[in-house]
Write a protein that binds this ligand. Structure first.
Ligand SMILES: O=C(O)CCC(=O)C(=O)O
Ligand SMILES: [Fe+2]
Length: 346
């Protein structure tokens, strides 16, 4: 694995737009935000009120940091990934839920507040019925039956470079999917080796030859639906998208999409291009070992992410992340809205 470590990233390439921006919250601000969040109830009881309150609380970030996070969400030329450190944590953290969550015995909601507070600076958290039952807060936890799968329940296998897509009857899985993911760490894996990688499409494109790029920009690929959809809805069978290109859009601002759960190339040349794409991701990726009190802001259109293998023990101390799916607007996905929750979609 040749992913750039955080240290080298920051020292050598901090200024170019594609690199990972580091946002370090000052101690005093961390403590003030932490006190406010600890006084808040379970946000899922009244999510719109909670989002408004988190907005007030996160407005207390130093202006320069607040603007950097807002810029990350709103500008086309902003980096694809941001790394936020020194965030507040819950005073008491229950055992990592063995069934993939949510935890029934969590007494305070600081982690949830951090996750949703950051999400609210980028857009609106949304849910999909086929991903974690439509919950807005996803627990990302290793699950015994899922250890070898290309899903967020996995552990022992490398979770391939992908973006988070959603099955859609329109035949495209990269349209109604989230614009951003926020990943926040509550507990690291036992050995501290699990790493999240992010490869920016602008860096990937630069690493590829023109013929490979031409193939990846042609509709020669069919994405398999997410593992959760294939498992829970399709009885384990592949559900392929219409033929699509892997990379779309203007040269300066490419959009990239790939399924963790398998991409079917329609020609042998396209198949070879897919291999080169995964290699380019490995060469250009940034690497982060998330720790408690740290979060990754992931642009889900500007790049692909991955996770390195680790060993789960299923002992209540396993790796535990919380995740949101964030849309800047729900308007263009209104055809999927459920009747009883304005943030949850079919
Ligand atoms: O576990 C990680 O670091 C990333 C997992 C992932 O791809 C996701 O939750 O979407
Ligand atoms: Fe993912």
């Amino acid at each position: 694995m040749t992913a750039t470590t955080i240290q080298t990233t920051i020292q050598t390439t901090m200024r170019t737009p594609q690199t990972l921006g580091l946002i370090e919250v000052p101690d005093a601000v961390r403590d003030a935000i932490g006190r406010d969040l600890a006084a808040e109830p379970d946000p899922t009881l009244d999510i719109d009120r909670a989002m408004a309150r988190y907005h007030q609380i996160f407005a207390g970030l130093p202006l320069e940091l607040l603007q950097r996070i807002l810029d990350f969400g709103r500008h086309n030329d902003a980096p694809g990934v941001g790394y936020v450190r020194n965030l507040p944590v819950d005073a008491e953290l229950p055992a990592t839920p063995g069934d993939g969550g949510p935890a029934p015995d969590k007494k305070t909601f600081v982690a949830e507040g951090v996750l949703l507070g950051l999400s609210g600076l980028l857009g609106e958290p949304v849910g999909f019925l086929t991903e974690k039952n439509g919950q807005l807060i996803h627990d990302v936890i290793p699950v015994p039956g899922g250890a070898m799968t290309q899903t967020n329940q996995g552990s022992t296998v490398f979770l391939n470079f992908h973006n988070d897509i959603v099955h859609d009857a329109i035949g495209r899985y990269d349209v109604s999917n989230p614009d951003f993911l926020v990943l926040s760490c509550l507990r690291a894996d036992h050995e501290g080796i699990a790493a999240t990688h992010y490869a920016d499409a602008r860096d990937i494109v630069r690493a590829l030859d023109s013929r490979t790029l031409e193939l990846l920009r042609s509709p020669l690929f069919r994405l398999n639906a997410p593992g959760s959809y294939v498992r829970d809805v399709a009885g384990g069978r592949e559900v392929l998208s219409d033929p699509v290109a892997m990379i779309n859009g203007p040269e300066e601002y490419p959009e990239i999409s790939s399924s963790a759960n398998g991409v079917r190339a329609m020609t042998t040349a396209a198949e070879a291009a897919l291999d080169r794409l995964q290699a380019a991701c490995r060469e250009t990726a940034h690497e982060v070992h998330l720790r408690p009190g740290e979060a990754l802001l992931i642009n889900n259109r500007k790049g692909l992410h991955a996770r390195t293998p680790f060993t789960a023990r299923y002992d209540g101390n396993d790796r535990w992340l919380q995740r949101t799916y964030v849309r800047r607007s729900q308007w263009t996905i209104r055809y999927r809205q459920t009747a009883d929750n304005r943030r949850v979609h079919h």
